[in-house]
Write a protein that binds this ligand. Structure first.
Ligand SMILES: *[C@@H]1O[C@H](CO)[C@@H](O)[C@H](O)[C@H]1NC(C)=O
Ligand SMILES: *[C@@H]1O[C@H](CO)[C@@H](O)[C@H](O)[C@H]1NC(C)=O
Ligand SMILES: *[C@@H]1O[C@H](CO)[C@@H](O)[C@H](O)[C@H]1NC(C)=O
Ligand SMILES: *[C@@H]1O[C@H](CO)[C@@H](O)[C@H](O)[C@H]1NC(C)=O
Ligand SMILES: *[C@@H]1O[C@H](CO)[C@@H](O)[C@H](O)[C@H]1NC(C)=O
Length: 288
């Protein structure tokens, strides 16, 4: 027994801060190489395990005593060799060969394999509190998901790796809707892939035709309304002609006033002219 090295003896330190009472859970499970602190939180017993230097915790650090079942709410953690958990880097490399066990203040550097991108810090240090700071990074794939050839078109791309561009082209008679070029950035395309849409005569000319048609309809409607109105009032065509002449004269009058106004305004301030003139004038047929 005398020859046993003291640092190899499993060490359990229990610190009771509250007196034991009948209605509490059984003694908290012992954990080798740990210090145990018992407190109360929200009127429940709380056990906190702290690993000793050179060991790190695996599992839940805190256990609560369930007052109903009088049992600890989770299994006890363990304290494993190494001051911090062993760093791991999937699809990458760490510069350390003697990682097990990790000692306090040890520094590791990280590098990802080709076509992988490091997310996070490229170095980290094992802290006194058994954590790695900055947090351990991960290697993510730099490749973007492959894209399908668009219907009625094609694309040109060297590869789908980070930084690469992809350019889309449409067949004759089709137009590209969306971004023509996308760039792969850290595994994500910069935009949605475009589509090739048929260029049809109808799509370009239809709106203009429709507009003209509606304009024609409007004029017809107005004239029809005018005629109907005239009929209802029992006026003759001669009378209508006369009232239209009056209307015309009134419009001429407005025109003259407007042009003098424009001139005056222009003299005062050119900038104001465009705003000062009431352009939205409506011809009122109701007085006919
Ligand atoms: C704690 O250490 C002792 C002595 O090495 C060992 O017998 C025991 O199984 C350990 N307990 C746990 C929970 O690992
Ligand atoms: C305590 O244990 C009882 C019985 O197992 C369970 O129903 C209850 O949810 C537990 N309470 C808490 C706070 O975990
Ligand atoms: C890893 O590299 C860093 C920086 O070069 C160095 O400080 C550290 O000691 C290295 N760690 C190991 C375990 O070799
Ligand atoms: C870590 O990244 C920095 C820049 O962010 C760079 O200067 C340094 O050389 C890198 N260290 C290692 C070991 O890759
Ligand atoms: C990809 O396109 C971007 C933006 O258009 C440009 O800055 C970059 O140099 C291009 N990369 C390659 C590899 O052609």
């Amino acid at each position: 027994m005398d020859q046993m090295k003291p640092w190899l003896v499993p060490c359990i330190v229990i610190v009771w801060l509250f007196p034991a009472s009948v209605d509490h859970c059984l003694n908290p499970p012992p954990v080798n190489y740990s210090i145990l602190v018992v407190t109360t939180a929200e009127e429940r017993f709380l056990v906190t395990y702290i690993c000793i230097r050179g060991y790190h915790l695996v599992g839940k650090k805190e256990l609560f005593c369930n007052k109903t079942s009088l049992e600890w709410d989770s299994p006890a953690p363990t304290c494993r060799l190494g001051h911090c958990p062993n760093p791991v880097l999937v699809n990458g490399q760490l510069n350390s060969s003697k990682l097990e066990p990790v000692s306090e203040e040890e520094v590791v550097t990280f590098k990802c394999d080709t076509d992988y991108i490091l997310k996070g810090s490229n170095w980290s240090q094992c802290q006194k509190d058994h954590t790695w700071i900055p947090p351990l990074p991960i290697c993510i794939t730099g490749q973007c998901k492959s894209l399908k050839r668009p219907k009625h078109g094609h694309f040109k791309a060297r590869d789908f790796n980070s930084g690469s561009n992809i350019t889309f082209y449409c067949d004759v008679g089709y137009q590209l809707i969306g971004a023509q070029s996308l760039q792969c950035m850290d595994g994500k395309w910069s935009d949605e892939p475009p589509i090739c849409e048929e260029i049809s005569e109808a799509t370009t000319e239809a709106p203009v035709e429709a507009e003209k048609e509606s304009e024609r309809n409007n004029i017809c409607e107005t004239v029809q309304r005018l005629m109907r109105c005239q009929k209802e009032r029992g006026k003759t065509l001669e009378e209508l002609k006369y009232s239209l002449e009056i209307k015309k004269l009134k419009l001429e009058e407005i025109k003259t006033i407007m042009s003098t106004e424009i001139k005056t305004v222009q003299v005062e301030d050119r900038m104001v002219a465009s705003h000062a003139i009431p352009f939205h004038m409506k011809i009122d047929f109701s007085g006919l």
